[in-house]
Design a protein around this ligand. Structure first.
Ligand code: AMP
Ligand code: GLY
Length: 417
């Protein structure tokens, strides 16, 4: 079968890689793709939110399955548009994707269906929000209600910080006109729980942990993610089973009960607090970079899973490789702020393990940096420590002046051992 993958980052590279391992897949297109993806798929120069052009491309190229990576494409209604044209697509409808695109929708759904999460209130009015925050203990968490590319969340330690953030979000309309969710501050290790969901059928993937801060020691600004690993030694099988039943299954059932059944990957951003596991957020798609460490462990046929879920069917139990996977992001110096692009990258031909391209482009024989996050280097091993050593050794083989990376990915798990 011919398949189309939407997106052009490391997540999509990992999806393309998993599809390429399937005996059912004869041809892979990727829109827009990147220089690494181009080694396995034919890249198509259509942007990920150009929904009608993507639909027309799929229809005219006999594409039997389209797999969506980015949230922006989902929020633009790509799934609804494809389905209306009778095309098979893996991802949730725009309505179901609101579990990610609207924090308030997600919060209300959780409260209605008894899914454990932080207490919260939503505000549109600056004065009311400020009065509420002033009457509460600090720190407090402020979330802009809408897609803000991971930048719409502020953990305010002081009243001044909270006021400045509320001003930004509600008075200056920095992200557009919107509301703010004010949340209770929770503590504990965070982890990502991704599941294939088709209506009420929920099939878990191995849990992972992402590292959101730019620098070692979890310092510096929040980013899209600087590294990830799996499995997680700080979660017991019992805790995972509990989260599957009380969080992921309940969320799938909640959406089905409310007439907006979910199809695709439901991503629980969860925290293991002293009071139990709580939801920080839901996403309606594969995590990035979590996908780049999870899919290499997938033994089942990826195309079969995507087709079943896209058709609203249970994809059946999944098989996973036991070996650990740990991946490190190489990002452009300056990221998540401003950074240079177009720097040549050497050493890619000397990698021992897998490297996924997050933001690259080809220029003749050269591979150039083309984004904030540039490469994702994955190590594998019997233990996390082995996987980390392999990843660090491969990172050292990359030659590029303009990149930086974290050296402590997996520290929470590795220190515990
Ligand atoms: P979100 O975009 O909702 O995932 O939030 C981004 C980050 O902010 C999370 O990964 C957490 O580290 C932090 N965060 C969000 N909500 C809370 C909360 N209620 N308590 C503590 N930290 C939070
Ligand atoms: N790694 C976090 C996310 O994909 O949202």
């Amino acid at each position: 079968m011919k398949v189309l993958v939407i997106g052009g980052g490391g997540r999509e590279h990992a999806i393309v890689d998993a599809l390429a391992r399937s005996s059912q897949v004869e041809k892979i297109y990727c829109a827009p793709g990147n220089a690494g993806i181009a080694l396995r798929a034919e890249c198509v120069a259509i942007g990920d939110t150009e929904v009608e052009r993507l639909r027309d491309f799929a229809a005219s190229h006999d594409v039997e399955l389209t797999v969506v990576g980015p949230e922006a494409a989902l929020a633009a209604g790509i799934v609804d548009t494809f389905r209306a044209a009778g095309l098979r697509i893996f991802g949730p409808t725009k309505g179901a994707a609101r579990i990610e695109s609207s924090k308030e929708f997600a919060k209300e759904l959780m409260i209605r269906h008894g899914i454990p999460t932080a207490d919260y209130r939503a505000f549109a009015d600056y004065g009311e929000a400020l009065a509420y925050v002033r009457a509460h203990t600090l720190p407090v968490v402020l979330k802009y209600d809408g897609l803000a590319a991971g930048k719409g969340v502020v953990v305010a330690q002081s009243a001044e910080e909270a006021e400045a953030a509320l001003r930004d979000m509600l008075l200056d309309d920095r992200y557009g006109k919107g509301r703010v969710v004010v949340e209770e501050f929770l503590t504990g290790p965070e982890f990502s729980f991704m599941c294939f969901v088709a209506g009420r059928s929920v099939r878990p993937m191995p849990t992972t942990q992402d590292h959101k801060r730019a620098f070692d020691g979890d310092c510096g600004p929040n980013t899209g993610g600087m590294g990830a690993y799996t499995p997680l030694p700080f979660l017991t099988a019992g805790e995972e089973a509990w989260a599957l039943e009380h969080i992921m299954q309940r969320a799938a059932d909640a959406l089905a009960d409310e007439g907006i059944p979910f199809t695709g990957v439901l991503y629980g951003g969860l925290m293991k607090t002293p009071q139990g596991i709580r939801v920080i957020e839901f996403n309606a798609r594969f995590g990035d970079p979590e996908t780049e460490v999870v899919l290499p462990r997938l033994r089942s046929d990826a195309a079969g899973i995507f087709c079943a879920v896209a058709d609203g069917r249970d994809c059946g139990p999944l098989e996973w490789d036991d070996r650990a996977a740990l991946g490190i992001v190489l990002a452009s110096k300056g990221y998540p702020g401003s950074y240079a692009k177009g720097l040549p990258i050497g050493g890619l031909d000397r990698m021992r393990g897998t490297v996924y391209h997050m933001g690259t482009r080809r220029d003749g024989d050269r591979i150039l940096t083309a984004g904030g996050r540039v490469l994702f280097v994955v190590g594998r091993g019997a233990t996390l420590a082995e996987a980390r050593d392999e990843a660090l050794a491969d990172v050292a083989r990359i030659e590029c002046d303009g990149l930086f990376h974290r050296t402590d990915i997996g520290h929470e798990a590795l220190e515990q051992k």
